[in-house]
Design a protein around this ligand. Sequence first.
Ligand code: RET
Length: 268
Amino acid sequence: MNQVLELTQGQFDLVYNSFSLTIAAMGASLLFFLLVRGRVHPAHRMAITLSSLVFAIALYHYLRIFASWSEAFSFVDGRYVADGRPFNEGYRYVDWLLTVPLLLAELVIVLKLAKDTTRSLIVRLSIAAVAMILLGYPGEIAAADSVTRTVFGVLSTVPFLYILYVLFVELGRSLDRQPQRVRNIVGGLRFLLLASWGVYPLAYIAPSVINDVATAEVVRQVGYSLADIVAKPVFGLFILAIALIKSQGAQDPTPEDIHRELEEFEQF
Ligand code: RET
């Protein structure tokens, strides 16, 4: 019943190259963020440090994913046949388990909200992220047409919707106190988040809605990889922009500083 997956050379290469592109994106981002870290004011550096951790974790996992993909197929009569070691989907889920809470934490931390709000948001978002990923995994490794895939997909969507609620409704309320430029970037960031995070459930259902197993596999792997590039490096650049704007604020004199200086000047 379990038919062996067979890909054309083009299909195999598309996935292979998308993994390769993701490795390059994660490696270059790691380097870039480490180099640029010093230009961010120390008060806003934590978000950049967390971003660098995300890139390091993803770089490692994509190297393993790449190797696992290569080992899973042999080249027979011009086609790639999955008769090797099974492709390990676990790397991706372990990667998300670590990086999704870190990504959410960097977003909350860079906004520098009140301490209690920050802690409460990070705890709730992390728990929801872990639940979403742990619930998704049994469905991911189940057969395309099984009840398991649907049930776990639906269960995983519950914490996913909760995360979106917290980010769009709760966080929206805390944004009032942010400078206008930061609010504009956060607006773009949330749009980016919705557009990239929305790809994951779509890639997940690909095997259930696309009849051709080979096409479904390609759509799923390329979809996850491209979504990872937007959700990690591109998202990281928005976080960096916020940290840099806030760094200028941290160096610029506040109205109170100017007032004090004027008073001192007048006394003089
Ligand atoms: C799963 C299972 C099916 C239902 C849903 C899912 C959502 C996954 C998401 C993953 C986000 C990953 C990120 C990684 C970045 O490094 C688990 C596919 C809703 C949203 C942002």
